[in-house]
Design a binder for this molecule. Structure first.
Ligand code: F6R
Length: 242
């Protein structure tokens, strides 16, 4: 694994966007695994900037998002579809048919998980997977557990995840209890994984994930086995790494 630590959020965002942009320049038809949450917002902003400057095109790219809340309309202000639309989809030249995100409104959520897995399989290996990190070590919404699922599945969000995400909703009770998440297999099989973490509040989990035992109780620790893991941290998140 390669770990890079940045003094400022701006430096981290720019480095991550350049890394992502480089992937698209080398392989315009890349399959990109995308994350939501507060961490990648600035990275998407920088990527859009690279696109506006004519340096990066998404025209041939295929995207797969990690997750989506279940039971939330895709047009809800806090759906991950809305997030992606605001921060990336409508700001770059991605083709609508190349955008994939689980449909949390599907009448049969189990069917939807299977459909998403088929789409992933048809696209082949993810070239570059962007990840954020939950305070409990989750990646995507693969929450700590005795076992982890390989494929796309319906997951009950842990109370601490719902609490962490309550900041985006008008009341904590509004945070959906269920989500659809990509499983651990396509993440670990991605050719390159770019893990982005900011903030001192994540220093302990960064250290557990990158230097602690490999365990399903900290799903991100499985990334230690990945042959091409790039970690970009700010100084706060890197504080407990020795
Ligand atoms: C988002 C996702 C989550 C977040 C994680 C960190 O698609 O899959 O794993 O990356 O919860 O969220 P932030 O960046 O808001 O701290």
């Amino acid at each position: 694994m390669r770990i890079r630590v940045f003094e400022t959020e701006d430096q981290l965002n720019k480095a991550a966007a350049l890394f992502h942009g480089g992937q698209l320049q080398r392989k315009p038809e890349s399959v990109l695994g995308l994350a939501t949450g507060s961490t990648p917002v600035g990275v998407y902003r920088e990527l859009v900037e690279l696109h506006v400057r004519g340096l990066v095109s998404f025209q041939e790219a295929i995207t797969f998002n990690l997750d989506e809340y279940a039971g939330l309309s895709k047009h809800h202000p806090q759906s991950y579809f809305t997030y992606m639309n605001q921060h990336l989809y409508r700001r770059v030249d991605l083709r609508p048919e190349n955008i994939h995100i689980p449909n949390g409104e599907a009448s049969d959520l189990q069917d939807e998980c299977e459909r998403y897995d088929r789409q992933l399989k048809n696209a082949g290996q993810i070239d570059l997977q962007i990840l954020g990190l939950g305070h409990n070590g989750h990646i995507g919404f693969n929450e700590p557990d005795l076992t982890l699922a390989a494929g796309t599945h319906l997951v009950g969000l842990h109370e601490d995840t719902r609490k962490a995400n309550a900041r985006f909703f008008s009341s904590p009770g509004e945070v959906p209890a269920l989500a659809i998440t990509m499983g651990i297999a396509p993440i670990l099989q991605a050719k390159t994984v770019l893990l982005l973490v900011r903030g001192e509040d994540k220093a302990a989990i960064v250290s557990r994930a990158l230097a602690g035992p490999i365990t399903t109780q900290c799903p991100a620790s499985l990334l230690q086995t990945h042959p091409n893991l790039i970690v970009m941290l700010d100084t706060g998140a890197a504080r407990e790494l020795v």
